[in-house]
Design a protein around this ligand. Structure first.
Ligand SMILES: Nc1nc2c(c(=O)[nH]1)N[C@H]1C(S)=C(S)[C@@H](COP(=O)(O)O)O[C@H]1N2
Ligand SMILES: [Mo]
Length: 576
């Protein structure tokens, strides 16, 4: 090899459960073992006693608690499940030392192998165990959080992850109404649900404001102190429709894989609260000498978030530039009702037109800071990489930070792979949304994969708002039969539209799947004589035509008919 050291190409193939053991040892550690369990990947310090965590299930009864059981006290009376980490570096450190003594299971592989067909789809074993490991004040959070799912969410939610809870409603119901019912609104949690008593609630305002202060909920709700504001606003998780990227081109298997969302991680509500601007003004504005243009407002959520062996409260920020125009609400009401516990009771931020991640739930503190938050959710997550960036070269600084959501849409009925008997028209229903104060102007659907587009008539698209989606429905002419690819694309008022294919907008962290949403539909057109005859034949026998995968239990035609056609055709074979 002419004196040059040659490196053989390292090839990593999709693991098949039965072939896992045949992989070289260094690769085996990153994948599923034959019994379906997963090996730990956390490097361990050999000098300390490593407590092996059971990895098959997340039940507390199997957890190897340390003795004595740790106790990180709650910060405030009447705030169950709120442990303050950000103010106490020593406490963070102590908690992280405990975490390091466990061999937690690594993230499961659910991209190169299928996501299990069950509900909840994923359990979140390691997340439960991180919470158990923290002892007294946090060990019950997985159970408490699940209790609120059962109490506050619709019984038929698709539980994408049991803990931390991530769930989306059934597709059809989500677009029945332009305003989403609270029990159907998707939930995206990074930790457990804190239980905060309304009377015990207060909000801290500090950092670079002129007069730091604390404000109670009663103060915020007092019209003589703060004028309330109410807006229809959509929240969309930047992971919405991630499953399309996972299916076609898998990406980062970090905690993002715990939110393998379909098209339902979006919802719209009328939120009521006060504008963040008025609250900053009540603090006398920013401190002297501060350049308003640099300012961000950092939001602290009372839940606990574990990341790469570290422990945090949920912290994000938005620029003052956004808050200044009354586009950030401190909300206590969702559709005329107090915020559900799981949606941030008693107070959350609602940031209009931005990714859901900035709308901080269980808000306990707002700190005025220079520039964006350095907390991991803001700095290290919700980054958008180019397709050339991945595990091999990703850095926090070479992705951009996602704020405004782009224009996007989805077909919610029918569902992918549905087989539909129709009379020349198929009804599609869905949502269309654009962030950043833009709104869907035109929704277009196609029954042929995107060559011919039909405009959804304006009267079939719901009311427009600056900061909310529009739900739509449309009858599409469908002459052809067999598998057809239906798709939707939306134009917003700034003339933006959607990338054509998933691949056009693939990114390693699998965020913002904004490409045209595509579904495959099997079309059975009753207007066609042969189809009508076959349907009648089936009906006489009390049979249906779907699923098309089930074979017909009778001969496809009579021998007489076959002979007649063959005679017409001059036989099967040529004469000469
Ligand atoms: N405190 C806190 N706020 C949070 C989160 C969280 O885990 N903790 N998740 C964020 C994300 S990623 C989204 S998409 C929205 C979801 O809001 P919802 O659960 O009320 O629908 O909340 C955001 N606010
Ligand atoms: Mo999100």
């Amino acid at each position: 090899m002419s004196g040059i050291t040659s490196f053989s190409n390292a090839v990593f193939r999709t693991p098949k459960p039965s072939s896992a053991a045949a992989q070289p040892a260094d690769q085996r550690s990153t994948m599923a073992t034959t019994d379906g369990t997963h090996q730990d990947q956390t490097p361990q310090n050999p000098d300390i006693d490593i407590t092996q965590c059971p990895i098959e299930q997340g039940g507390i009864e199997h957890f190897p608690f340390r003795s004595p059981v740790p106790n990180f006290p709650e910060e405030r009376k009447g705030w169950k499940g709120y442990v303050e980490w950000e103010k106490y570096p020593g406490k963070k450190h102590a908690a992280e030392e405990i975490l390091a003594q466990y061999a937690f299971p690594g993230p499961p592989e659910f991209q190169l192998v299928p996501i299990p067909d069950q509900n909840p789809l994923l359990e979140g074993v390691r997340w439960k165990q991180y919470h158990y490991a923290m002892g007294e004040t946090m060990k019950d959070l997985p159970a408490i959080s699940w209790k609120y799912v059962l109490e506050e969410k619709a019984a038929d939610m698709i539980h994408v992850l049991q803990f931390p809870y991530n769930g989306e409603p059934p597709r059809s119901r989500l677009v029945d109404t332009a305003i989403t019912r609270n029990e159907d609104f998707y939930v995206r949690n990074h930790g457990g649900v804190p239980e905060i008593e309304k009377e015990a609630y207060y909000l801290e305002l500090d950092g670079l404001v002129k007069n730091p202060q604390t404000i109670t909920l009663a103060d915020l709700q007092d019209e003589s102190k703060f004028k309330s504001q109410s807006n229809v606003v959509s929240l969309q998780c930047s992971g919405t429709r991630r499953i399309e990227q996972i299916h076609e081109y898998p990406g980062d298997g970090d905690e993002l894989i715990n939110a393998p969302w379909g098209e339902g991680a979006i919802g719209t509500a009328r939120w009521t609260g006060v504008s963040l601007r008025t609250v900053i003004e009540a603090c006398g504005g920013f401190a002297d000498g501060v350049d308003e243009g640099d300012m961000h407002l950092e939001f602290y959520g009372a839940d606990t978030y574990f990341k790469k062996g570290h422990i945090h409260n949920y912290v994000v920020s938005v620029p003052w530039r956004k808050a200044k125009y009354d586009e950030v609400l401190l909300a206590w009401e969702m559709n005329g009702k107090p915020l559900p516990k799981i949606h941030g009771f008693p107070l959350r931020t609602v940031v209009f037109g931005y990714i859901g991640a900035r709308s901080c739930k269980w808000l306990y503190r707002i700190k005025a800071i220079k520039g964006p938050s350095q907390a991991p959710v803001q700095k290290k997550e919700y980054l958008y990489y180019t397709p050339q960036i991945g595990k091999q070269n990703a850095q926090y600084s070479n992705g951009f930070s996602i704020q405004d959501m782009p224009v996007s849409s989805a077909i919610m009925t029918p569902l992918d792979k549905d087989q539909i008997v129709h009379d020349g028209f198929i009804t599609l229903r869905g949502w269309a949304y654009s962030g950043g104060g833009r709104w869907p102007e035109r929704v277009e659907v196609s029954a042929d994969g995107g060559s011919v587009w039909y405009e959804v008539p304006d009267e079939r698209v719901s009311t427009k708002y600056y900061h909310a989606w529009r739900v739509w429905s449309c009858e599409v002419p469908v002459e052809y039969e067999g598998w057809l690819e239906f798709c939707v694309r939306t134009w917003d008022n700034a003339l933006n539209t959607q990338p054509t294919f998933v691949r056009s907008a693939w990114n390693f962290d699998l965020h913002v799947t904004s490409s045209c949403h595509r579904i495959k539909i099997y079309s059975i057109n009753r207007n066609r004589p042969a189809t009508r005859a076959r349907l009648e034949q089936l009906e006489k026998r009390g049979l249906g035509i779907v699923p098309i995968t089930r074979p017909l239990p009778f001969d496809l035609e009579t021998d007489e008919h076959y002979e007649q056609i063959m005679t017409q055709k001059g036989g099967r074979d040529p004469k000469e």
